[in-house]
Unconditional design. Structure first.
Ligand SMILES: [Ca+2]
Length: 131
């Protein structure tokens, strides 16, 4: 997970908090007032729907925050987003194939054969990925 921000006091010391826990400390704001870096999220694997408040603050009391929403990696065939591929995904797959349009996350899990289209070929591919 990367973060970046600007408007901090140049060369001030800074830290980053994830929710209420300090995850990075001893940082120094860049001369142009920007601050950037990266950290690992504590939830492994991250669960869809999780979210974290990321707060970056400098020693002069300037801070910025953002909310990180977790979207799980696309598991093709897990159309109902339960974390596993099984027969329960079939109705969701059919709904996605019949829908006029779907959101990008649904498109990814419903495009089971990964060809960039939602059609009957994905049903065949779905049958092949069923355990
Ligand atoms: Ca497809």
């Amino acid at each position: 997970m990367t973060f970046s921000g600007s408007g901090f006091t140049p060369l001030a010391s800074a830290s980053v908090m994830l929710d209420d826990a300090t995850i990075l400390s001893g940082l120094t704001v860049n001369p142009d007032g920007t601050l950037a870096g990266s950290f690992l999220l504590p939830s492994t694997p991250p669960v869809t729907g999780d979210f974290f408040f990321v707060t970056a603050g400098d020693s002069s009391g300037r801070s910025a925050f953002n909310v990180v929403h977790i979207i799980a990696p696309c598991l093709r065939g897990d159309v109902n987003r339960s974390g596993v591929i099984n027969a329960s995904d079939a109705p969701a797959l059919v709904s996605a194939l019949l829908a006029v349009s779907v959101d990008p996350d649904t498109f990814c899990v419903a495009d089971v054969n990964g060809d960039g289209q939602l059609n009957g070929l994905d049903i065949e591919a779905f049958e092949n990925v069923l355990p």
